[in-house]
Structure formats: structure tokens, C-alpha cells
Write a protein that binds this ligand. Sequence first.
Ligand SMILES: [Zn+2]
Ligand SMILES: [Zn+2]
Length: 239
Amino acid sequence: MKTTLSERLLSLIFPHKCFLCRSESVPADVWLCDRCLSELPLTSGALCRRCGKAPEDCVCKEDSPGFDGAAVPLFYTDAVARGIGSFKYQGKRYYAPFLAELMAQSVRETYGDMQFSAITYVPLHPAKLRRRGYCQTRLLADELSALLGIPVESGFLRHTGKGGAQMEQKGPEARKENARLSFAIRKDTKLQGRIFLLVDDVLTTGATAGRCAGLMRQKGAQAVYLAAAATTCYRHRIQ
Ligand SMILES: [Zn+2]
Ligand SMILES: [Zn+2]
């Protein structure tokens, strides 16, 4: 579903739905109703700074996550999953500035004054892009770029259109193999010595971000740090 310019303008004027309960309407520049304000499941510095997982889910001892660090503001609870679902699948593009604001804060807290060369994002399956009319990770990257003053560079990572939906893969090995099939990098890409902030929406096993970071390293990137909106957590039962 494509959002037209007039729809976008209307969404700026008229109330939004609360990101968490989605039953309460809130003013256009607010994202949570009074009842949900204190319910936002912030990670608040509790994650492993390398893999972006809660301490009990950290996998760094067994396996390197494939990226150099992760900054993630939210746990992927049921309510957050529904909010991100409506952002991704139901045309609720107006959640992009809200999520990006939380991500920018998390990036500043996690990475301090790290000098990023550029922001890039995990590309969307081409058929999904045609169907939805927008790429949610690109929306987040554009908002983050404005908030952090770092340019967006894209077009070198591409979705091959192969592989199945990452969410439907069972277990870390299947997800790694699916990520390998799904993502590629353009041959003439030159990223020598550059430090990137890679944007994704949800961090699950890290297979997607790890694959994209690995491809960027092959083309000379010095480091690739992840910024995602939410991270799955065993405690919250969404895997
Ligand atoms: Zn609410
Ligand atoms: Zn870890």
C-alpha cells in the first residue's frame, strides 16, 4: 500500500494511534497514550554491546555476531511487535520518527562520539517493496540521518529476491543460510576504511545484520555497527 503525499500530510495533522496499544488516539506529535507511557519496554543499557542481546541471551562466547556492536532501544515484546508490524505492514509510516528518535538515543549512549562515515540499511525484498510501496529500514535510516547528522549511503547492499521470509526460518543455522541466499553486494563497491552504522528494524539471531556486515567487510569496510529498533528476548517469549 503506497502512502500518498496527501495521506502523509494528513497523518501529520490528525491524531495517531498509540504505538503500543493502538486503541488510543494521540496527538500527531505524540506516540504513546498516557496509559502506555510507562510501559515502553526500554532496554536501558541492559544489552550486550556486541550482539545486542540481553545477558542471558548473549551468544558472543560461542560465536561472533558478525558485526562490531549493536545499539537497540526496545525489547521486542508482543506490544512492540504489533507496533512494528503496523509500521511495516499497515502503512503506518508515521512511527518512523518515533522509532528513530529512540534509536538515535541508543546509538549516542552505546557508541559515544564514534565517527561514522555513513548510515546504510538492510534492503527489503524487491517484491515486498513493490507491494508495500516503502522500505521501513530506509525510512528509519533517513530519520536517523537527520537526527545524527550522518549521511545515508545505499545501493551497494541488495536483496537478491531469493530465500524465504527470515521470520519463517527455524533456528539460527536456517536463518544464516537464508540470509546468505537473500543478500548480496554489488561487485564494484569500495568501502575501504569506512565505518558504517547499519540500520535494521528487528534484531533476532543477528543473521541478517551479520551477513550484510560480512559483505561490507569483504568490500573493505573497517567496521559495521548495528542500530535496530527492537531486539528479541527469551524473557519476552518472542523468538
Ligand atoms: Zn496506549
Ligand atoms: Zn553478546
